[in-house]
Design a protein around this ligand. Structure first.
Ligand SMILES: NC(=O)C1=CN([C@@H]2O[C@H](COP(=O)(O)OP(=O)(O)OC[C@H]3O[C@@H](n4cnc5c(N)ncnc54)[C@H](OP(=O)(O)O)[C@@H]3O)[C@@H](O)[C@H]2O)C=CC1
Ligand SMILES: O=C(O)[C@@H]1CCC=N1
Length: 267
């Protein structure tokens, strides 16, 4: 991390994901002076952080984070090509785009790491999968791992092929959970609760269940059983949700497959 502070971190794109990660790093003590953001329309929040914005780039930054939309990558990346084939590590969070495509755009001697984070990174509770190309050294993987651990957990993938499924599960996953909160709250409101109370109950239930699932030694299956009194109330709801034809299992399976299909298209 000292190397990163000295040589600098460049962010290409600083929208929702770039800002979530930058917030986590700045909150964790990364000096804003070590960071250079390249962004056509930096947000008020980015401007308020004290990072360098659209200034000259450091000569040999330790890491360049690529956080533009996959569709914008080919247009945005040429401005950084001079840093390719050197010791700067390119860390891409973009869905779909392969290590081979980056090698084509930046030079095949460029150390490149694909990472797939998620937005809870903004509060240090993200989870990121990473995989590097053949040029990445163990030290560079270690640096990326350390940087990403500042915003949550890190999983090292065995091969690039796994990143598509990881994207569909944890990269997109917060959106599924937020939608669960939305729909629980809406169902609670329809069932007679005041809207704000239903939302409070849905948020606290999802947050509490999430922390419990992470902190206990019990499996999610056992935790579910613990809630489900025999012939009780939960059992009736689960009969609907666990239905093998219309419940969560086929629905989530279809959702994950749809996400993976889109990831492949973006590639
Ligand atoms: N959102 C998420 O939960 C996750 C996103 N990702 C990945 O992160 C990447 C960014 O997604 P997200 O943050 O959601 O998208 P956003 O649209 O919020 O952010 C992308 C940013 O890139 C900027 N930008 C566009 N063109 C350029 C350029 N030429 N140079 C520099 N910056 C540019 C955009 O600016 P402007 O809007 O002004 O055009 C925008 O601020 C994507 O590749 C996505 O796959 C990965 C994991 C999770
Ligand atoms: O929706 C997307 O394409 C990005 C990738 C993972 C989360 N958001």
């Amino acid at each position: 991390m000292d190397d990163l502070k000295k040589r600098g971190l460049v962010l290409l794109g600083c929208g929702k994901m770039g800002s979530a990660m930058l917030k986590g790093w700045l909150d964790g003590g990364l000096p804003p002076s070590s960071v250079t953001v390249i962004a056509p329309r930096p947000s008020d929040w980015v401007k308020s952080t004290g990072v360098n914005i659209n200034t000259d780039l450091p000569e040999d930054p330790a890491i360049v984070l690529l956080a533009v939309k996959p569709q914008k990558m080919a247009e945005a990346l040429p401005s950084l090509k001079a840093l390719g084939n050197g010791s700067t590590v390119f860390l891409s969070v973009a869905a779909g785009i392969s290590l081979a495509s980056y090698e084509e755009m930046l030079g095949d001697k460029t150390p490149i790491i694909r990472a797939m984070p998620n937005t809870p990174s903004a509060i240090g509770r993200g989870v990121t999968g990473i995989v590097g190309n053949a040029r990445v050294t163990a030290d560079q993987i270690q640096l990326a791992d350390e940087l990403l651990q500042a915003v949550g957990q890190v999983v090292q993938l065995e091969n690039e092929g796994q990143i598509r499924a990881l994207t569909a599960v944890s990269g997109c996953g917060p959106a599924y959970v937020f939608h669960l909160i939305e729909t629980m709250a809406a169902a609670g409101t329809a069932a007679g609760l005041p809207e704000d109370m239903a939302l409070q109950l849905a948020k606290a239930t999802v947050a509490g269940a999430g922390v419990l699932a992470e902190e206990t030694d019990e499996t999610p299956t056992q935790l579910r059983v613990n809630v489900t009194s025999p012939n009780g109330v939960t059992a009736e709801a689960l009969r609907v949700l666990m239905d093998e034809e219309n419940g969560f299992p086929p629905l989530l399976d279809r959702a994950i497959k749809a996400a993976m299909k889109r990831d492949a298209e973006l590639a």
